[in-house]
Design a protein around this ligand. Structure first.
Ligand code: HSE
Length: 436
């Protein structure tokens, strides 16, 4: 073939970024590929909006099938997002023998197995670097550069919207609601921010990273998920006084026969590099048995950074095409017959340190009662803050526990919450003191 031909489904923000790479860096792409590469068709239902880029006549179409069934096209980029029609289009393109590049984390996390099985049967590649961490090359790091390592953990800040909100709350001492509004006004949060702020987007991403790192299937529905909507300025302030920052952390750990895959607000020591990842930036910490810990940092979203990741995949597939390599890198980084189905540890069984903020009546013996309940379940207190009275008759008591099993914490809290000295529900935030 003299020219690699590419088709694009979805001409939204990232699609526009892809067009910009093709146009601005055309010569560079050729020089790095040693062949011509061309974007020949772009399909989107909206063909009238001005995206600030001009396509040659005949490239833009409303008909996705015209891209999928074009016999000249080698690679189809899917940037529609969501489950349907993206999934059907990808399956049809695979059946038509096209290689696929997608940024669709939700689709890959939930329907990845079906798509990968179809791709394997057809002998085509599916690449999805842009699905996790925007422009950060985390998936190729796992599948290629670091593939000689056994990974013990992968942890990260994987959602720019949440990280922007938590950073602002920390810097300004503000509560969640006004900062979310500011993030929406600035275009960092969607009008319906649910997927981001409830941790769904982060859970999709860590499900993919856990599967890639540990060579296992990860059932997305079993990924524990807690968003940032309940984080208050008060908790951020107390965390700061204890030397911690609160981040929405995605955590996957390998225990051999079981794995942990979870997403929740997490307190991390403010001396950790991850604690310094602020604003819309993302970072992923990977620990391999030979390489040790590594940290990848960069723009986790946005038109240009995400287009960079998409185009990296397009170039990788193009190089394989040119060299005649076929499925050089397995889609999930392991030969499919070696992909395991490891059990995801129940949250009851995880072991962590815990930040607990009780709201109690300011009376003698209250602290002793709480400490007694915790002690009954073998939970040891590491440190404590009891600030000046905040509200009439009600005062916060903030405890940091030593390492404890989550089931014991929950049982102790159930009893504490029933005490008549407790005036509001207790806030619990898990603490990650050992990144592995
Ligand atoms: N909405 C995501 C974020 C970017 O805020 O990081 C796309 O995954």
């Amino acid at each position: 073939m003299s020219t690699i031909k590419v088709g694009l489904l979805g001409f939204g923000t990232i699609g526009t970024g892809v067009v910009r790479v093709f146009q601005n860096n055309a010569q560079l792409l050729r020089q790095r590929l040693c062949k011509n590469i061309e974007l020949v068709r772009v399909a989107d239902l909206d063909v009238t909006t001005d995206r600030g880029v001009t396509l040659d006549e005949g490239i833009l179409t409303t008909d996705a099938e015209a891209v999928i069934n074009d016999p000249d096209i080698h690679i189809v980029i899917e940037l529609i997002g969501g489950y349907e029609p993206a999934k059907s289009f990808i399956l049809k393109a695979i059946a038509a023998g096209k290689h696929i590049v997608t940024a669709n984390k939700a689709l890959m996390a939930v329907h990845g197995r079906e798509i990968l099985a179809a791709a394997e049967r057809q002998g085509v590649s599916v690449m999805f670097e842009a699905a996790v961490g925007g422009g950060i090359p985390i998936i190729s790091a796992i599948k290629e550069n670091l593939c000689a390592n056994r990974f013990s953990s992968v942890l990260g800040i994987l959602n720019g919207t949440c990280n922007f909100i938590l950073t602002k709350m920390t810097e300004e001492g503000s509560d969640f609601a006004p900062v979310l509004k500011e993030a929406q006004d600035l275009g960092y949060a969607e009008a319906d921010p649910t997927f981001d702020i409830e941790g769904v987007d982060t859970a999709h991403k860590i499900a993919l990273l856990g599967a890639l790192c540990f060579g296992t299937t990860v059932d997305f529905d079993q990924v524990y998920r807690e968003g940032i909507t309940a984080i208050s300025a008060l908790d951020i302030k107390f965390a700061g006084e204890m030397g911690y920052k609160i981040k929405l952390l995605a955590i996957a750990k390998n225990h051999g026969d079981q794995i942990e895959v979870r997403v929740h607000p997490t307190m991390i020591p403010d001396t950790y590099q991850l604690a310094e990842v602020d604003g819309v930036f993302n970072a992923v910490r990977l620990t391999g048995d030979f390489v040790g810990p590594t940290l990848l940092y960069g723009s986790g979203a946005g038109m240009d950074a995400t287009a960079s990741a998409v185009m990296g995949d397009v170039m990788a597939i193009s190089r394989d095409q040119i060299s005649g390599a076929r499925l050089r890198v397995p889609v999930m980084g392991y030969c499919s017959e070696h992909i395991k189905t490891l059990q995801i540890k129940s949250m009851n069984d995880i072991v962590s340190h815990y930040y607990l903020r009780f709201t109690v009546l300011d009376q003698p013996g209250v602290l002793a009662k709480i400490a007694g309940c915790l002690g009954d379940y073998g939970i040891s207190i590491q440190s404590m803050i009891q600030p000046e009275r905040h509200e009439i008759d009600s005062v916060p008591i903030v405890l940091m526990t030593h390492s404890a099993c989550e089931a014991d914490i929950m049982k102790a809290l159930e009893i504490i919450e029933k005490l008549d000295i407790v005036s509001q529900p207790t806030r619990l935030i898990r603490v990650e003191n050992d990144l592995g």
